[in-house]
Design a protein around this ligand. Structure first.
Ligand code: CA
Length: 699
């Protein structure tokens, strides 16, 4: 009996260890490429691997080892993890999957039933972009704001905490990060209502809250949390707290084991327009900043603000990467950061001091960054004080959340970059009486109701030398929004792209060495890992979240249709021989029209405004869907007023992911419907005119 117990204990111990052995040591080891245990692979956040069995010499032999279809999933903008032969990933509404990393066999799946419980927060469905593993638990955030811990061996829920309140517009879109027994998560939602950003640390074992750090000051009348918030409040004017302030930490959180610190990246102001948010000016700390916090207590240590007085949605929520660079003959411990604003920053990691900053993308808002003061030298007129400003980049950024990769072997950073201008105009906006309306796209700017034509934006994969601050090579990429990058010691950089191709390039030259047609746009980032001495590369092929959803014809040009083109997991190895299941070809949405319907132009105009505030984030600019949610010009539901009301007001498709808009009155729903009918009719007429003139480009 005694021996049996000892044996049982050994089996249990072994099972737990092999289920998920992620700890600080594994996440700190940049030199062991067996696993991909955290979002950026290790604490350094390189999105790179020391594995080199698959390399520039043999990449042509890469083939599909296995694939897995993800039926019903419409959001695959995510990065998987690989731990001890198990692949973990989350897609759609935080559906967590554990899969045998060699065979692709499903081990378990967990559905947190977001569509059933999220209510109004279902409107902010832009995540989740990843998950975390620690010891024997897997962690994921949900749209409705829950941080959930699952048993890594079974997928059963261990605990769940609500990190937001049900009434606010905060939502979780980013991956949690874990270190030293703490799990840390921020939130998103500064466009959707009056929110004040914060990060929270929880006990990884129990879910008990350990600390919380707010990124912007609250109402002074309530008393400040500490002297740091008091200091930050001096950089704000007016009654910012009524608008929330923003500064959400929706993505970047990097743990620095050497200093036992966290570096968090903060987002834009709420609303974007500083004239409304802080009418007498001010830097508005800590918007658009990297903030260093003590990891045990959440205590503020230092900050560097990339965009003082932000007014363009220029987040600093993009990757915060730790590296050692040779600078002026000395090894320097630095932070690498390419936020939305088009500059590439190198900071001293110990102090936060700015070492260098150069334009890695097209940026017309500032001439340069003054290294003495650390502040940008803004170009004239960019704050749209007296007239609209067309500047680059627009609010989507020169680089967004899709990971860049730091490759130690070549010393280069591989950045998925975008180039699209933004029109900033607040003429006619009542700045004095502006309020943040929950659920609206609150920017404090004139509503944008037009489409984005296919040539409104461009993109490129660039190789950037962070020590010399210069571009080494560049490859044009399709459309606007492409996937994140993975680089390896095998001299390869992998990127999935908006046209569905997964490409491998030589790190040194950008020469394309291999590609695979996933037959689905790729917006997440690939990872690599090793099982039984064999190297694999995995990626979730899927279309989703802000960029692909929003940009009308610019996003729709790739032909991915929600619920038509299957999202899938793809795993590659040398000499892999698997084949993809059949897939429908890219499709152009076919608008439907009822020619007998008379469209009241006044109502349709009202519907246009409603659409711009409540609908285009998922269904696309000017009702041209990018493929994240159905194209409403093509949906037959809109032909029938009652059916349309049942969906919009009544929530008939809520469980399928379409939120309920119960606050809309009958006339508003009809206004929305007539606007969509108008757009369908216009689009159909344009397509017919194109067909008549023999232009078959589809645009
Ligand atoms: Ca934003």
């Amino acid at each position: 009996m005694k021996y049996a117990l000892v044996f049982l204990a050994m089996v249990v111990t072994w099972t737990l260890a092999s289920a998920a052995g992620v700890d600080d040591a594994m996440m700190a080891d940049d030199g062991d490429g067996t696993n991909w245990p955290t979002y950026g692979r290790t604490f350094s956040n390189w999105h790179a691997s020391p594995l080199g069995d698959i390399n520039a010499g043999n990449a042509g032999r890469l083939g599909l080892a296995w694939s897995m279809e993800l039926p019903g999933i419409t959001n695959g903008a995510t990065v998987p993890l690989a731990v001890d032969g198990v692949l973990y990933f989350t897609v759609g509404q935080s559906m967590v999957h554990a899969v045998d990393a060699v065979s692709g066999r499903l081990l378990w799946k967990h559905d947190p039933e977001v569509t059933r419980v999220a209510g109004h927060k279902l409107r902010y469905t832009w995540g989740p972009r990843g998950l975390a593993v620690w010891k024997n638990k897997v962690y994921v955030g949900t749209t409705d704001g829950r941080l959930i811990a699952l048993d890594a061996a079974t997928g059963k829920q261990a605990w769940s905490v609500l990190t937001v309140t049900p009434e606010d517009s905060l939502t979780l879109t980013g991956p949690p990060r874990v270190f030293g027994g703490l799990v840390v998560i921020g939130n998103a939602g500064s466009e959707w209502g009056a929110v004040r950003g914060y990060v929270t640390a929880y006990d990884a074992e129990t879910g008990a809250q350990r600390w919380r750090f707010y990124t912007v000051p609250g109402n002074p009348a309530d008393g400040f949390e500490d002297e740091v918030m008091e200091m930050a409040a001096k950089t704000w004017t007016g009654e910012w707290w009524k608008l929330g302030g923003g500064g959400t930490v929706w993505h970047a959180i990097t743990y620095d084991q050497k200093y036992n610190r966290l570096y968090i990246g903060t987002g834009n102001g709420a609303p974007w327009n500083r004239k409304i948010r802080s009418p007498e000016g001010g830097d508005n700390l800590f918007l658009c900043s990297i903030i260093a916090l003590d990891a045990d207590t959440g205590r503020y240590l230092w900050h560097y603000q990339t965009v003082p007085g932000e007014t363009w949605d220029y987040n600093s929520s993009m990757d915060i990467t730790l590296a050692t660079l040779e600078m002026a003959g000395e090894p320097r411990e630095v932070i690498l950061h390419a936020p939305k604003n088009g500059f590439f920053y190198v900071l001293d990691r110990a102090t936060g001091q700015l070492l260098s900053a150069e334009k890695s993308g097209k940026a017309t808002w500032a001439e340069r960054i003054d290294l003495e003061t650390g502040r940008p030298v803004e170009a004239p007129g960019v704050r749209y004080e007296s007239s609209p400003a067309l500047i680059r980049p627009g609010g989507i950024g020169s680089h967004n959340w899709h990971p860049m990769s730091f490759n130690q072997e070549s010393g280069l950073v591989f950045i998925p970059t975008m180039e699209i201008a933004g029109l900033y105009d607040d003429a006619g906006v009542d700045r004095k009486r502006f309020t943040m309306v929950r659920g609206d796209l609150n920017t404090g700017l004139v509503e944008f109701t037009g489409d984005a034509p296919p040539d409104a934006g461009r993109s490129a994969l660039i190789a950037w030398d962070p020590a010399a601050q210069r571009e080494v090579w560049r490859v044009d990429t399709p459309g606007l929004w492409n996937g994140g990058t993975l680089s390896t010691a095998g001299g390869l950089v992998f990127q999935g792209q908006s046209d569905g191709m997964l490409n491998a390039y030589a790190t040194t030259s950008g020469q394309k060495l291999w590609s695979f047609d996933a037959k689905m746009g790729i917006t997440g980032a690939p990872i690599t890992y090793e099982v039984d001495g064999r190297q694999y590369v995995s990626v979730v092929a899927g279309w989703g979240a802000a960029g692909p959803a929003f940009f009308g014809s610019l996003s729709a040009q790739h032909g991915w249709q929600a619920r038509v083109h299957p999202h899938r997991v793809l795993t590659f190895a040398l000499d892999g021989k698997a084949v993809l299941p059949p897939t429908p070809p890219p499709l152009v949405a076919q608008p439907v029209d009822d020619p007998a319907l008379e469209i009241d132009p006044v109502l349709a105009k009202r519907g246009e405004s409603l659409y711009a505030r409540r609908c285009n984030a998922c269904h696309g600019l000017a009702a041209v869907a990018g493929g994240f949610a159905p194209d409403l010009r093509a949906s037959p539901v809109g032909l029938d007023p009652e059916a349309f009301r049942a969906v919009v007001q009544g929530g008939a498709l809520e469980l399928a992911g379409m939120p309920r808009f119960g606050e809309f009155g009958n006339e508003e729903v009809e206004a929305l419907r007539l606007y969509l009918r108008k757009r369908a009719r216009e689009s159909l007429e344009a397509m017919q005119a194109e067909a008549r003139t023999g232009d078959n480009s589809g645009h």
